[in-house]
Each structure stands twice: as C-alpha cells, then as structure tokens.
Design a protein around this ligand. Sequence first.
Ligand code: ATP
Ligand code: MG
Length: 223
Amino acid sequence: MDGAELDGVYAGYRGRDVLRAVDARIPAGAVTALVGPNGSGKSTLLGVLARTVRPRRGSVVLPGSGRVAFVVQRSAVSDALPVTVRETVAMGRWSHRGAWRPLTRRDRAVVAECMERMEVTALADRRLGELSGGQRQRALVARGLAQEADLVLLDEPSAGLDHRSRLRVRAALEDLRAGGRTVVHATHDPREAADADHCLVLAAGRVAASGTPASAAGTVSPV
Ligand SMILES: Nc1ncnc2c1ncn2[C@@H]1O[C@H](COP(=O)(O)OP(=O)(O)OP(=O)(O)O)[C@@H](O)[C@H]1O
Ligand SMILES: [Mg+2]
C-alpha cells in the first residue's frame, strides 16, 4: 500500500494561507511524527489529510481505500457532548456500518477491545462530558482505533495524559504500525518524535525538515 503525499499544498482558513508550498511524503505502514511550534500548521496539515480542510492549491494523495480516522486535538472537542464513552467509541464503526445500522457482533467486539486498550471500559456508561480531560482523550483515541482506518491521524493524542495513559497511546501507535496502518501524530514531546519512523517538522506553515527523527531533529529540534 502506498503512503500519503502532499504536493505543493496551500491551505488555510477564510482565504488566509496557513500552509504554503507544502511537499510531504507520509510513508505507508509507518509512524510519522509531526512536530513544530504552536501555530506552525500541524493541525491544519492533519485537517488536509483528513479532508476537513480543503487545499486552495496543490494535490493530496491518500493511501489505500482512503479511509481516514482523525482524533482531533483535545481543545477542539466540546465537553458538552450528551453521549456515553461506549457510544463514542461505537461511532468509530459508522464508517463501516453507516450511522443507522445496528452494530454487528464483530463491531461490538472491536468497540470492547478498543475501550480495553485505552483503559476506558470502566467508564463505558459515563457521559463524555462528565469525564476528566484525560479520560475523555482516551475515549477519543479509542474511537479512532475502532475505525480500523488505513490512515490514522492523531492530533497531540498524549497531551495532558498521565504516564500510564501515555504508555497506552504509545502501545496503540505500535499496534497500528504492526498492523500495517499508516499513522501520523502531532506531538510536542521530543521522545515521542524520536520513537517515530519518520518525522516532519513544520515552521510557519512550511516544511522545515523531514526524514528520520534524528536527521529532522538535527535541523530543527521538536518543540
Ligand atoms: N479554524 C481556524 N480558523 C482560522 N484560523 C485558524 C483556524 N485554525 C487554525 N488557524 C490558524 O492557523 C495557524 C496554524 O494553526 P494550527 O492549529 O494548524 O497550528 P498547530 O501547529 O496545530 O498549533 P498547536 O501546536 O498550538 O496545536 C494559526 O495561525 C491559527 O491561528
Ligand atoms: Mg494543533
């Protein structure tokens, strides 16, 4: 399976470009860390890959079936959602079933397994809005895993998580890679960036460096 590729991408909001002339290759079946300072365009680039931000110019090629899971940045999630953790994770199956179809036995098994992996099983019947920030984040990562997408995008999935939960996220990224998925995650943690197979460094909406984490960090250290 091929990876994703951005070629000469310009994209932004309301006519203002955030990403400018971005060329990037996201290798298939590998974990890519997206690093760069606040406001450098990481979430925007993930939005382009998730097709929630439409490029003004340039081309974007997505891998495989084009099925994409996007775990958005924590700050972008409303805390007033009237859904339970189990329902949230089950939404991850909509791309397979359609929102109106009952879950199959396999869907339910995947939902249960993903809740287990992110340690939210005990919270299954709690409403998302009444969880702590870290608990909610784990539920959202579990939903992303439940999608079983070819391309899995996670926007700072470990931000604000305790050590144990960070290890869970790390293990989940490993499992995705082992399963041949293509993963891109934004991070401010140099250690997480160093663990990736590939690293993409953004600065002011442009690609400042890309390559192995060591080579990319040699150009601009992750912040
Ligand atoms: N919905 C939006 N509408 C208008 N401008 C936006 C929107 N989202 C982001 N921007 C602008 O785009 C630029 C890049 O933001 P983006 O969220 O992509 O950065 P980031 O690298 O993810 O930052 P952070 O590390 O803080 O998450 C910023 O200048 C920001 O103000
Ligand atoms: Mg961001």
